[in-house]
Design a protein around this ligand. Structure first.
Ligand code: GLP
Length: 235
């Protein structure tokens, strides 16, 4: 398993501290924080940058860094593979295995809220991190929503493509994760022995208008991938 990057670990630690502080309380100085957590200034700045982006803290010129009023951060958990790997400090890439049109079967039609046999694009890719197979992925999207997707460049981020090319912005997913043992074809793509353990994630994703835009099955090598979530209890 990859260890969680230092700055993400630090960010979580700082979040715990911030949760104990009242709004507008001043955070310790950079010097104090680097000494206390035994991290470099760069790691600290990366962690603080994340907290700033999430609106958990704010800066006042050279005076210091303070706890923000509203400490409910933006939910960033609906990430793409590309974002997920970058957050882990890895370089994502993809190779296209197959892209073709096919009719929706009954279950897919129900999940999309479409008639059976409605044309879908089926995109099968191998997703790599630092050049090593990480995930085998099959994504289906309705061709009606993304008519020329099969001729687009499918080796980059699909979520970027949805946004740039089709003006479709993903907003929420229902995601189910289960442990599986790999069948031979997928094991071969992932370059591990058949029957190796894997995590399979099924995502049904809706856009900002609440229409279902994607059904995806992503199968991750269990020896290379773990899920890390920030979870909060709302008071
Ligand atoms: C994850 C999700 C998929 C989604 C993909 C998009 O892997 N499980 O449902 O299609 O991200 O990633 P990208 O935008 O990098 O192609």
């Amino acid at each position: 398993m990859n260890d969680i990057p230092k700055h993400l670990f630090l960010r979580r630690e700082l979040e715990k501290d911030i949760a104990q502080l009242p709004p507008h309380a001043q955070l310790p100085t950079e010097r104090e924080l680097t000494a206390r957590f035994e991290v470099s200034r760069m790691t600290l700045r990366q962690a603080l940058g994340g907290l700033l982006d999430d609106g958990l803290i704010y800066r006042v010129g050279r005076t210091g860094t303070f706890v923000a009023e509203s400490r409910i951060s933006k939910d960033r958990s609906l990430t793409s593979f590309t974002e997920d790997m970058r957050t882990r400090g890895m370089v994502p890439s993809s190779s296209l295995i197959d892209a073709a049109a096919e009719p929706a079967d009954d279950a897919q039609a129900r999940d999309f809220g479409l008639e059976p046999n409605t044309p879908l694009a089926r995109i099968e890719r191998l997703r790599l991190a630092d050049g090593i197979p990480m995930c085998h992925e099959v994504v289906r999207v309705p061709l009606r929503l993304m008519p020329d997707i099969l001729t687009a460049d499918l080796t980059g981020s699909l979520y970027d493509l949805f946004g740039r090319h089709f003006r479709i912005r993903v907003a929420s997913s229902i995601q189910r994760t289960r442990a599986i043992s790999l069948d031979r074809p997928i094991a071969r793509w992932l370059m591990v022995p058949a029957k190796s353990p894997a995590l399979q994630v099924r995502r049904i994703t809706s856009d900002t208008t609440s229409q279902v835009v994607e059904i995806a099955t992503s199968t991750y090598r269990a020896d290379r991938y773990d899920f890390t979530h920030l979870i909060r209890r709302q008071s």
